[in-house]
Design a protein around this ligand. Structure first.
Ligand code: CA
Ligand code: CA
Length: 139
């Protein structure tokens, strides 16, 4: 995603996908969302904005598309609890905000970052069974 300080909505269907037709209904809940940068770092580039991470229960996340000007790009990590007939798994989904448009990917770390914990008290049903899929790059 481009660092324009706007919110981007991330749905779990972008990180999880059907496993087999027979896994039964799947519920998904946001457990936590982590950023590898402070919410409002000193200096330019991150727009002096708070609430960069907003969890909308049960499984939607709004992430602000920004990063520190003097760092190496921001990486958000969304952790979902995904439950189907085979049990509950934790699935991490990475969302990258590159520092610039040069094509260099955002690098996780060095921190300090912070984490927002969800308090959704249960997941919502996602249509179709899901399984882990590799992280994606958003631009
Ligand atoms: Ca911010
Ligand atoms: Ca970084």
């Amino acid at each position: 995603m481009a660092p324009n300080h706007q919110y981007v909505t991330v749905a779990p269907t972008e990180c999880v996908r059907p496993a087999s037709p027979n896994s039964g209904p799947v519920t998904v809940e946001v457990i936590s969302v982590r950023s590898d940068e402070p919410e409002d770092a000193r200096g330019g580039g991150d727009g002096s904005t708070d609430d960069d991470i907003i969890i909308q229960c049960p499984y939607t996340v709004q992430l602000r598309a920004e990063r520190e000007g003097g760092s190496d790009g921001r990486v958000y990590t969304i952790t979902y609890a995904v439950t189907d007939l085979t049990g509950t798994k934790r699935v991490d989904c990475k969302v990258y905000v590159p520092h610039d448009q040069s094509g260099r990917p955002a690098v996780e770390g060095p921190g300090p970052g912070y984490e927002v914990t969800g308090s959704c008290n249960g997941g919502g049903i996602l249509v179709g069974p899901v399984t882990r899929q590799p992280s994606r790059e958003t631009c």
